[in-house]
Design a protein around this ligand. Structure first.
Ligand code: C2E
Ligand code: CA
Ligand code: CA
Length: 410
């Protein structure tokens, strides 16, 4: 069957550039419509469905950013190709904005346009953003708090553990307990989806204490071979507001003869900063009992430096959204290096989560980031597999498989 011809909307207030782009489109067999302003582009978008849109960021009175907003509100989002003579960081920011708004495959091309780059960008068909969107928008199977309560009572909620390593040596130093719900009715439900239900059902305390007990069991498995191993558990805002929580946590540790030093509590930046007085009270009491406290998702909230200085955090955990593309996006790299510097200045450990490749791991080590976590090291593992993973990781370390290539030669 013949493929439908792709059609491109070229939005540029410079007719010469417009013609150049049109020529490339025609050469690869695409039809092209030219719009010299926001208004004519908007009109074309109401009457025609385009597979690609090339957008010049500076469009006279109304700019390309407004157009990106309009395009990402369409039911079927075309592939956005941002073209501009602005500096690269503006191009990067525009692409990030397009991604965040739903144009998940948006790219940028600097002016003067390199024709091979343009051709390459046009040859890639739009990913099914609409499909992804409609899947997101499709009414999900409704899970009620009763389903959640029944699942919890049936033991369907449990912890998986993602390793954390010391970047300077590669050695295992701890893990994060991540909640999982394996439901026979709904399948594997993501914690982003079921933790809010746990909160609504009033089960956040029993669920967190379950994570804590499972983390303690893992600590007991690991301490003989990894004496400084610590396990982290995520605490929500509701829990932080519960004045009995420090004693409850302490008594479970005492019951199991595990020291508070082996336990880390992760609190998101937003939680810590939303009610500073309340958070400070609970966090201080937890610290006094010897627990480590980690500020999670650092960079996504609004930390005040003076509050940060007063709060008893031991760790700053840089959010994975900054780590993911930090080697290809200079702005993200600046956020990451600043966060590492802040952590160091306040005598906290800098932790990077979401490290997906060894190059990122090495780069983070080089700027003095202390601890790393992410798929490059391991995904979250069931407790039964953790010890075995730890032994195979040790072997890889000994064989030098994780060292920077340059160091290997040295
Ligand atoms: P979080 O605390 O930021 O946890 C890290 C999330 O990043 C986890 O997602 C983890 O699987 C994922 N991740 C780890 N490494 C990588 C990587 O290299 N690349 C990418 N793309 N992702 C990575 P998960 O397990 O789906 O958890 C999502 C969120 O659910 C957690 O974010 C946390 O906020 C919440 N959560 C999980 N367990 C609990 C819990 O027991 N209590 C509470 N209150 N919240 C929990
Ligand atoms: Ca966390
Ligand atoms: Ca995070």
């Amino acid at each position: 069957m013949a493929q439908p011809k792709q059609s491109v909307l070229i939005v540029d207030d410079d007719p010469v550039q417009g013609q150049l782009i049109r020529n490339v489109c025609n050469r690869i067999g695409y039809t092209a419509v030219f719009a010299a302003s926001y208004e004519s582009a908007a009109a074309a978008l109401t009457t025609h469905r385009f597979s690609h849109v090339t957008i010049d960021l500076a469009l006279g009175e109304r700019d390309g950013i407004e157009l990106i907003r309009l395009i990402t509100s369409l039911p079927q989002i075309p592939r956005v190709i941002v073209i501009s003579g602005c500096e690269q960081r503006i191009l990067n920011a525009a692409v990030r904005l397009a991604h965040a708004a739903g144009a998940c495959d948006a790219v940028s091309i600097p002016k003067p346009i390199e024709l091979s780059a343009l051709r390459q960008a046009l040859m890639v068909l739009p990913c099914d953003c609409r499909g992804a969107r409609s899947a997101k928008q499709r009414k999900p199977d409704v899970i009620t708090t009763d389903d959640l309560c029944a699942g919890f009572a049936n033991g369907e909620i449990f912890a998986m553990f993602q390793p954390k390593i010391l970047l300077s040596t590669g050695r295992l130093v701890g893990c994060e307990a991540l909640a999982r719900w394996d439901s026979p009715k709904f399948g594997m439900v993501s914690p982003d989806r079921f933790i809010p239900l746990v909160e609504q059902a009033g089960l956040i305390k029993p669920v967190t204490l379950l994570m804590l007990r499972e983390a303690i069991a893992l600590i007991q498995d690991l301490l003989p071979t990894v004496p400084d191993f610590s396990a982290a558990v995520n605490f929500s805002a509701t829990l932080l507001a519960d004045p009995t929580i420090p004693e409850d946590v302490e008594s479970i540790l005492v019951e199991n003869s595990v020291s508070g030093r082996s336990m880390m509590i992760e609190i998101t930046e937003t939680t810590a900063m939303s009610d500073v007085a309340k958070a400070m009270d609970t966090l201080l009491r937890l610290r006094i009992k010897g627990f480590g406290i980690s500020m999670d998702d650092f960079g996504t909230g609004y930390s005040s430096m003076s509050v940060l200085a007063q709060m008893p955090f031991c760790e700053l955990k840089i959010d994975r959204t900054f780590i993911k593309d930090c080697l290809v996006d200079q702005d993200l790299w600046k956020v990451v290096t600043s966060a590492v510097a802040i952590a160091r200045a306040y005598n906290m450990k800098a932790v990077a989560e979401g490290i997906e490749d060894l190059e990122t791991l090495w780069a983070l080590e080089a700027i003095g980031c202390h601890i790393g976590q992410g798929y490059a090291i391991s995904k979250a593992l069931p407790r039964s597999e953790f010890k075995q993973w730890s032994a195979s990781w040790e072997r890889r370390l000994r064989d030098g498989l994780l060292q920077m290539p340059k160091r290997k030669q040295a």
